[in-house]
Each structure stands twice: as structure tokens, then as C-alpha cells.
Design a protein around this ligand. Sequence first.
Ligand code: FAD
Length: 402
Amino acid sequence: MKKVAAADVVILGGGIAGLWVLNRLRQSGISAILFESVALGGGQTHKSQGIIHGGMKYALQGAMTKEAQAMADMPSRWKQCLSGKGEVDLSHVPVLSSQHYLWAPHKFTAKLTGLLASTTLTSKVELVPKESYPVVFQHPGFKGEVYSLDEMVIDVPVLIREMVKANQDAVFKIEPLCHEALKLDEQGKLVSVTVSMSGKSVEVTAQQFVFTAGAGNEVIIKKLKNKELNMQRRPLHMVLVKTSFHYPLYAHCLGLGSRPRLTVTTHHAQDGSTIWYLGGLLAEDGVGRDSQAQIEAARKELNALFPWLDFSAAQFATFTVDRAEPLQKSGFKPESSYTKVIQNMIIAWPTKLALAPKLAEDILSHLQQAISPQCSDVQELRSWPMPPLAEPIWEDAFCKND
Ligand SMILES: Cc1cc2nc3c(=O)[nH]c(=O)nc-3n(C[C@H](O)[C@H](O)[C@H](O)COP(=O)(O)OP(=O)(O)OC[C@H]3O[C@@H](n4cnc5c(N)ncnc54)[C@H](O)[C@@H]3O)c2cc1C
């Protein structure tokens, strides 16, 4: 006989989006279960730099854009959660830095000067006195200026662990779904998802299905063939540097254009070493380079920006990753998080880790109208394994690059 299970809501994909939605739904008394095909947080989430943007990076274009506005509330919302008083308890998640810095190697561009004069943003950007510069800039070789932004950086691997903690009975590992596993009725409503693991299969029904599978949302896009639903991938070639020094740095380096020339965050590996994690234009422009060429480009950039530091003994690793988002005509980043409701399905991308609370709020308010809580039955899934937690990307990348 076919094995069956049922829940009010089934979530597919256990990155930050799926985990945040799972937490909010279960707190609201809605029975929700989540299926993950690889590792919890193991998609884009564990590769993120953990910056809780307040929109400043996007405001570097010189005006308060829609993107900047959508993100402006996010730092305070995350702060509430980190203090244990928010919608999700993140009181055990370390804040790696309470602010992110902006620096330019020489002097600030006219664009930034204009921006700093804007009344909307002045409260969020402050010129840092020399004595309070991050240690790495307290060197006579540094000739630029440093500003601080009200944007914190959080420890993403611990974030994932904490988001899972209260939900271990509702999170199940599955094998990657193929679109035959999704059963639609004649109206195009999703009737069930048949999940498989280690030779066992269970057909899972739900009132509503939420797809938060990042790039894996492609499975439902292909199934539905809906003209209004499509995905874009924007690749990055990120760089990790195991340094021989211990300077923590969380900062965007300003270049001539509107996007940061380099974004640096700092993390600590299990072997005690300090890792500088590099994004920004280096990662965007580096997409066409192979790993060796990207490492050379990173070395050149670091030597140019930090001529007083010695990177000759540093170890480098690189990896490529796609940012998965709803398709934009421009091909650029979407302005905010995205949800598309089709029948009893929600297809969602947060587009930024920082926007996960907004995404979950949008999904929750739709689901509260769309479902009436019923009995769930997950007996057949009880013996299924929980997905592993994703390893920090620096542990993974240095193993693979060794
Ligand atoms: C290099 C990089 C740095 C970034 N830095 C930042 C930052 O500093 N701040 C910020 O706000 N944002 C940042 N972002 C963006 C942010 O990481 C993403 O927007 C966010 O993590 C996306 O979360 P998600 O849950 O939608 O997707 P993902 O994290 O990709 O999670 C999707 C999950 O679904 C699983 N899955 C896939 N297919 C299936 C399936 N068929 N069934 C079940 N599970 C499936 C995957 O294994 C994965 O675990 C960064 C992104 C990248 C790539």
C-alpha cells in the first residue's frame, strides 16, 4: 500500500527562507513540515557573507532606491530577533560585527559625499575617528577615510543551527525531486509531492505548498510552465583567504562605480585561522576567470588596497555560486523579496538573506487567509533522517582546494 503523510503546509527547501517560514508557521499553530535535498543552509545561505544590509550598498547609486527602502527596516528587525525579543529567537547567534564599514583607499567619491548629505541616510552613516578605525586601517600606510554603517554581520553557520533547533521533528531529508514527483490536478492545483529517501517513498499532501528551494525552484517552474514565473541566476566567483594575521575586517571598499569594489567579512576556521571572505566586484567580474586567475586577481587587489600587509604566506580558495532570483527584464538584482502565488503554491525567493523576515511575513499573511488548520499525519516520516547542517563554506572550500 502507498505510504501517505499530510500537513497543513509543506515547505520545499531548507535555506534561510524555508527555515524562517517554518519557524513562523509553527509558532502560529500551523502544522508545517520542511523537506531538504542536500543540507540545511547548504545552498546560497551558507555562502552568504552574513551582512544584514539596511540598503546602504544599494543607495551608493546616489539616491534612496526602492531596494534601499525595502531593506531599511531589516537591521532593526534582526536586532529584535538577536536580542531574543523578535519573531524568531536568535539570541544565541553571535554578531560578528555590530557595524559594517565603508572605506575608500584615498578619498571618498563625490557620489558618497552627496549621499552623506542626504537627510534620509545621515543617521546611518558616520565618519569614524582615526583612533576607532578597524585595526587593519590603523597603519600609517592607510591614507583613506572610514565610515561606519548601521549594518551588522552575523554568524551564518550558527544562524542555521539555531533556526533548526526547535524544528528537528519537522525537517526531513529527501532525495532531489524530479518534476514527476509533483502531482497536479486538472485545475493546476498541487495535490501531492512524492518524496523518496533510501528506497522508501511517501506521498505527502498539504493544503498549501511553499517552494523556497533557491535555484531548486526550477523544478516547479518547469512543471508549471507559467509565463509569469521564471528564474534568473547571477553568478559570483567568491574568494577565501586564510591569512597569517588576525585582523577582523567587515567592510565595503568603494570603487568608482555604484557597486563595492571589494566586500570583506572575517570568519574563524576550526583550525583557529582567520579567514577573509571576499565578494563585491572582484566576485562579479571574476565569473569568467578560472580559480587560478581569480586567485591572482584577488592577490593583486589585496596588495593594492593593503600595501602594508604581506599576503605571500596566505592560502587562497575560490568557488562559484549562482544567486537564484525571479527573472528581471533588466537582468539585475530584484528590488525586494519575491513571492508568487499560483493555486495552492507559493514560489519564493528572499533575494537577500537580510530580507528573510519580510519574505516570511508575506508568506505567513497569505497562508493565514488560505488555510484552516487540520490534523497532520507525519507518522510515515518519523523514521526519516534529518538533513545535516551545512558546513561553513570556508571549511568546505579549503578541503576541496587542498
Ligand atoms: C556569495 C553570496 C554572498 C551573499 N551575501 C549576502 C549577505 O551578506 N547578506 C545578504 O543579505 N544576502 C547575501 N546573499 C544572498 C543570500 O545568501 C540569499 O538570498 C539567500 O541565502 C537565499 O536563501 P534561500 O533560502 O532562498 O536559498 P538557498 O540558501 O539556496 O536554499 C535553498 C535550499 O533548497 C534546497 N533544495 C534545492 N532543491 C530542492 C528540492 N527540490 N527539494 C528540497 N530542497 C531543495 C537546497 O539544497 C538549499 O538548501 C549572498 C549570496 C551569495 C551567493
